[in-house]
Design a binder for this molecule. Structure first.
Ligand code: NAP
Length: 543
C-alpha cells in the first residue's frame, strides 16, 4: 500500500490486548473485513510490555482467560493458580495461533489520528508510518492501563546507570546481581518487582511515597485433578463469573461487617488471609462503603505487617494510613513484607525525605544522594482515559476526545460517546474496568458492539450515536453509585489523581459487573431507540 492512499475495510481495531484480539476474531467470524493495529511487536497488551521480574496476574488464571471458545478452554492448561507473565504471553500467543489472528494485525504501528468523516460516514485512521485506513466502524481496544507514566522528578534523563521502566521492560534478561538497584513506586507493579529483585540485587533501595496494602497471594501449582474438574465445568464457571460483581468466581459475601461478633470477624479475616488472593475483599459486603468496617480490616493488615517485619521502624513505615484499604487497588504478594527483613533491602520513606532530583549517579532526596547502578520506574499509568487522549480522536464537528473529556471522562456504558458515531471502546472509562475481570468485560463489550452492528446492517443504518440524554443518564448512574464509595478517599489512578492537571473523578462503574451487563442488555431493547440515534444508509447516500 502506498503512503496516504486510503485503504478501506469494514472495521478498524486499535489495540492487540485481550479486547483487540477478541474483536478481531469476532468481527472476522461475522464475515467483516478487518484491519487491526498494535503499537507493540506482538499481541498481549500489558502482558506484552510488562515483562518485569515478578509480573503475575492477581486474578485466578482460570478466570483470567477467554471464555468464547470451549475448544481453547479444553486445549489450554494453566500451570499455576496465578499465572506469571511468560505463561500469560504463551497463552495469548497460543490463542492467536489457534485462531490465526496475527495476520490481521499490523504490529509496531501506532495510530496518530482517528477522525470521523461525517459526509462519508467513515472513520479515517492514520498510522505513524503515514498510512491511511478507513472503515465505517472503529473499535478502540486501547486498554485502561496502556500509557505508562514517568514520575514528575527532574533529572531523569541525566541518570548514567541502567534505567528501566516496568511497563517497557527489555526483552533481554536484566541482571541484578551485585548491583545497587533503586525502585520508585510501590503499587502492584513495584511490589511485584521488589520481592523478586530483592532476591538477587546487591543492594535494593525501595523509594516509597504512599505505602500500599498488600495481602498474600498464596499461589499454588494447579493439580491435574483440579484442572480436569475445571475443564468439565467451564460452562458453569463462566456463567457464574458473568453473573458476579467481579466477573470471576471469587466468593462475594452479602454479610455486613458488624452483623457478626468481633471474634467471628477475626476468624473470617484470618481465614481469608490464609486462603490468599483477593479473598479478604469478599469477606464482607460493606468494606467499600462502611468506613468503620474498612478501618477494622485495615488494622488487621497493619497488624500482619508488624508480625512479619522484624524492624519496628520499617514496619511502621510500611503501614498504609490515611486512606481506606481497597480504595487503592489491593495488591497481592508472595514475600513483599518479608523482603524488608533482608540486610540488602532498604526502605526509603519519601514522606520523610522527598526526592529532589535524579542525578547522574542516582536519586537525591532531601536527606542525601543514593548512588545506584540501576533505577527501575514502577510509577503507574495515565489510566482509563490516557490512551484516547494521547492522540487526536476527532468526532463530529471536529470535536476531539480531549475536548469532550476536558472536565472528566464521559461515555455511555464505557462503550460509546455522544459526538463520536460508530466509535466503540472496549473496557472504556465509566464502565467497570479495573473493578472486574478485564477479559469478561472485553468479551461483553465486543459482543455488545457486534450485536449493534448486526442490528445496523439489518436495518440499513450507516451510523449510530448515543443520544446526549442517554449518556447523561448513564453518567448520573455512575456518579450516583460513586458518591458512596470509599474509592473516592484515596489518591489513585482510578480518580486520575496520579496525573498532573487531570480532572479528578471516579470514572468507573462501581455497581458490579453483573449489573453493568444488565445495563448493556437493557440498551438493546426496542432496537436501541431509547439510547441511540441512527442515520439510515439511504440518507447518507443522498448526501
Ligand atoms: P500505581 O498503582 O499507580 O502505583 C504507582 C506508584 O508509583 C505509587 O506507589 C506512586 O506513589 C509511585 N509514584 C508515582 N510518581 C512518583 C513520584 N514522583 N515519586 C515517588 N513515587 C511515585 O501503578 P502500578 O503499580 O503500575 O499499578 C497500576 C495498576 O496496574 C494496578 O492498580 C493494577 O490494576 C494493575 N496491575 C496489576 C498487577 C497484577 O495483576 N498483579 C500488577 C501490576 C499492575 P503515590 O501513590 O504516592 O503517588
Amino acid at each position: 500500500m502506498t503512503t496516504n492512499q486510503p485503504k478501506r475495510v469494514d472495521v478498524l481495531i486499535v489495540g492487540g490486548g485481550f479486547g483487540g484480539m477478541y474483536a478481531t476474531y469476532k468481527f472476522r467470524e461475522m464475515g467483516l473485513e478487518i484491519q487491526s493495529f498494535e503499537a507493540g511487536g506482538g499481541l498481549g497488551g500489558v502482558w506484552y510490555w510488562n515483562r518485569y521480574p515478578g509480573a503475575r496476574v492477581d486474578l485466578p488464571s482460570i478466570d483470567y482467560s477467554f471464555s468464547f471458545s470451549p475448544e481453547i478452554e479444553q486445549e489450554w492448561t494453566w500451570s499455576e493458580q496465578f499465572a506469571a507473565q511468560p505463561e500469560l504471553l504463551e497463552y495469548i500467543n497460543f490463542v492467536a495461533k489457534r485462531l490465526d489472528l496475527n495476520k490481521h494485525f499490523q504490529f509496531n504501528t501506532r495510530i496518530t489520528r482517528a477522525a470521523w468523516d461525517e459526509a462519508r460516514k467513515v472513520w479515517v485512521l492514520k498510522t505513524e508510518q503515514g498510512q491511511v485506513w478507513e472503515a465505517p466502524y472503529c473499535i478502540m481496544a486501547t486498554g485502561p492501563l496502556s500509557v505508562p507514566k514517568d514520575p514528575e522528578i527532574p533529572g531523569l534523563a541525566r541518570f548514567k546507570g541502567e534505567l528501566h521502566r516496568a511497563a517497557r521492560w527489555p526483552h533481554e534478561p536484566v541482571r541484578f546481581e551485585g548491583k545497587r538497584v533503586g525502585v520508585i513506586g510501590t503499587g502492584s507493579t513495584g511490589i511485584q518487582i521488589v520481592q523478586e529483585v530483592g532476591k538477587t540485587a546487591g543492594e535494593l533501595f525501595v523509594f516509597q511515597r504512599t505505602p500500599s496494602f498488600t495481602m498474600p497471594m498464596r499461589n499454588v501449582p494447579l493439580e491435574p485433578d483440579y484442572v480436569a474438574e475445571v475443564k468439565r465445568n467451564y460452562a458453569g464457571i463462566r456463567m457464574a463469573a458473568r453473573n458476579s460483581a467481579v466477573g470471576g468466581t471469587r466468593p462475594q459475601s452479602t454479610r455486613g461487617f458488624f452483623t457478626v461478633t468481633p471474634a467471628q470477624r477475626q476468624t473470617l479475616l484470618e481465614d481469608a488471609w490464609k486462603n490468599g488472593g483477593l479473598a479478604m475483599l469478599g469477606t464482607f459486603s460493606d468494606l467499600l462503603v462502611n468506613e468503620e468496617a474498612n478501618e477494622h480490616v485495615a488494622n488487621f493488615v497493619r497488624n500482619k505487617i508488624s508480625e512479619v517485619v522484624k524492624d519496628p521502624v520499617t514496619a511502621e513505615k510500611l503501614k498504609p494510613r490515611g486512606y481506606p484499604i481497597f480504595a487503592r487497588r489491593p495488591c497481592l504478594d508472595t514475600s513483599y513484607y518479608e523482603t524488608f527483613n533482608q540486610a540488602n533491602v532498604h526502605l526509603v520513606d519519601l514522606y520523610e525525605q522527598p526526592i529532589v532530583e535524579i542525578t547522574e549517579k542516582g536519586v537525591r532526596t532531601e536527606k542525601g544522594e543514593f548512588e545506584l547502578d540501576m533505577l527501575i520506574l514502577a510509577t503507574g499509568y495515565d489510566g482509563l482515559t490516557g490512551a484516547l487522549t494521547a492522540f487526536d480522536v476527532v468526532g463530529r464537528q471536529g470535536r476531539t476526545v480531549n475536548q469532550k473529556w476536558k472536565d472528566g471522562a464521559s461515555t455511555y456504558l464505557g462503550l460509546m460517546m455522544e459526538g463520536f458515531p460508530n466509535l466503540f471502546m472496549t473496557t472504556g472509562p465509566t464502565g467497570p474496568a479495573a473493578l472486574a475481570n478485564i477479559i469478561r468485560i472485553s468479551e461483553n463489550d465486543v459482543d455488545w458492539i457486534a450485536d449493534l452492528m448486526v442490528h445496523m446492517e439489518k436495518t440499513g443504518m450507516a451510523s449510530a450515536e448515543v443520544t446526549p440524554q442517554a449518556e447523561k443518564a448513564w453518567m448520573d448512574i455512575v456518579g450516583g453509585l460513586a458518591k458512596n464509595s470509599l474509592l473516592l478517599k484515596a489518591k489513585t489512578w482510578y480518580l486520575g489523581a496520579n496525573v498532573k492537571d487531570k480532572p479528578l473523578g471516579l470514572t468507573l462503574f462501581t455497581g458490579g459487573f453483573h449489573k453493568y451487563r444488565e445495563h448493556c442488555e437493557a440498551a438493546k431493547q426496542d432496537g436501541y431507540r431509547k439510547v441511540l440515534s441512527f442515520t439510515a444508509r439511504q440518507v447518507q447516500e443522498a448526501v
